[in-house]
Design a protein around this ligand. Structure first.
Ligand code: S3P
Length: 178
C-alpha cells in the first residue's frame, strides 16, 4: 500500500479568515513536525518595529499589503523547512497566491461564521474588523463572501477547523507532509 502523501517533505502554509486558528494550529503543527513556526504578521511587526494596527493607522492598508507581498516572496525563496501562518488578507493579492504555493502545501483552514464571530468577539487588534458598518457577524459574513473564492483558489487542501478537537486537526495537517 502506498501511504506517501503527495505533499511529503513540503512546508505547510496556513491560510484562512481571522480567527480560523492559523497561529495556534501553526504552532502545534510546527511542534509535531519539529520545524520552526513563522507568521507573516510577526515578521512584519518585527521588521517595521510597529504593530499591525499602528501600520494600518500610520501608513495605510496598501502599505501593509505591499509588506505582505515582500514577506511572502522572501519566504517562497527561502530554503529549509517551516510551518507558516499568513495574515487573513494575504491570499487576496493575485501575485501572492503562486508565492504561497511555492512556499509550501497551502492549507485553507475553514471555519463557519458562528465560530469566527465567537472567536473574534473580543478582538481589538484587527483593523479590518474595526472598519465599515454593521455587527461583527455582518462584517464577517460580508468579508468572508468576498474572500472565500480566493482562499479556495489558493489552497491545495481545505481543512475544517470547527467543532473538532484541536489535536485532531493539528495531526491531520502535520500528516499531509509526513
Ligand atoms: C488581516 C488579518 C490579520 C492581519 C491584519 C489584516 C486581514 O491576520 O494580517 O490585521 O485582512 O484579514 P490574522 O488573519 O492572523 O488575524
Amino acid at each position: 500500500m502506498n501511504t506517501e502523501s503527495e505533499y511529503q517533505g513540503r512546508n505547510i502554509v496556513l491560510t484562512g479568515f481571522m480567527g480560523a486558528g492559523k497561529t495556534s494550529l501553526g504552532k502545534a503543527v510546527s511542534k509535531l513536525l519539529q520545524v520552526p513556526f513563522l507568521d507573516t504578521d510577526d515578521l512584519i511587526e518585527k521588521s517595521e518595529g510597529m504593530t499591525i494596527s499602528e501600520i494600518f493607522a500610520g501608513k495605510g492598508e496598501q502599505y501593509f499589503r505591499s509588506l505582505e507581498t515582500e514577506t511572502v516572496r522572501k519566504l517562497a525563496g527561502r530554503g529549509g523547512r517551516f510551518v507558516l501562518s499568513v495574515g487573513g488578507g494575504l491570499p487576496l493579492r493575485e501575485e501572492n497566491r503562486p508565492l504561497l504555493r511555492e512556499a509550501g502545501c497551502v492549507v485553507y483552514l475553514k471555519a463557519d461564521i458562528d465560530t469566527l464571530s465567537m472567536r473574534l468577539s473580543k478582538d481589538t487588534k484587527r483593523p479590518v474588523l474595526q472598519q465599515g458598518g454593521g455587527t461583527l457577524e455582518e462584517k464577517i459574513t460580508r468579508i468572508l463572501a468576498q474572500r472565500e473564492p480566493l482562499y479556495l483558489e489558493a489552497a491545495d487542501v481545505v481543512i475544517e477547523n470547527d467543532h473538532r478537537p484541536f489535536r485532531e486537526v493539528a495531526a491531520e495537517i502535520a500528516q499531509l507532509v509526513m
